[in-house]
Design a binder for this molecule. Structure first.
Ligand code: HNI
Length: 141
């Protein structure tokens, strides 16, 4: 459950993230592929080298999708229902991968924050990303 404080923390930091979707998204993916190499198996058709056009384009798509969730914090399932169908029925991404991406995204956001990410902001964004992951895998069974 996201509190009003959580929502305020998320919206404040997301203003920066959503204005740099390609930069943040591509770096998060690059960290994901480097730290958790098995995640690369879902992208055999991509050039996964850091900075590739495909990594940039995909990073942008992921951030823009999460931005939809951030713009609808009271109805995240409604905002992401199409993505849930896609990941469950077509892509069949193992749910264990979602917390890995969430963590890489948090590290990326922290690295680009001017100064340390406050514990409160970290917790609020972590809660939101965990909710996003749960919503996307909710239709797996
Ligand atoms: Ni994900 C496609 C969003 C987690 C593997 N993914 C997308 C698209 C969006 C998206 C948006 C593009 C949809 C379209 O083209 O219509 N993915 C998200 C979000 C999360 C997420 C918001 C979690 C926060 N995806 C993951 C994870 C993996 C993953 C954890 C695997 C490790 N996604 C994919 C793959 C595709 C994909 C594979 C298809 C890529 C392509 O273009 O072929």
């Amino acid at each position: 459950m996201l509190t009003e404080d959580d929502k305020n923390h998320i919206r404040a930091i997301w203003a920066h993230v959503s204005s740099n979707p390609e930069l943040i998204g591509a770096e998060a993916l690059t960290r994901l592929f480097a730290a958790h190499t098995s995640t690369k198996t879902y992208f055999p058709h991509f050039d996964l080298s850091p900075g590739s056009a495909q990594v940039k384009a995909h990073g942008r798509k992921v951030i823009e999708a999460i931005t939809q969730a951030v713009n609808n914090l009271d109805d995240i399932p409604g905002a992401l229902c199409k993505l849930a169908d896609l990941h469950a029925e077509k892509l069949r991404v193992d749910p264990v991968n979602f917390p890995l991406l969430a963590h890489c995204l948090l590290v990326t956001i922290a690295a680009h924050n001017r100064g340390p990410l406050s514990p409160d902001t970290y917790r609020s964004v972590d809660k939101m990303l965990s909710r996003v992951g749960k919503v996307i895998v909710a239709q797996y069974r």
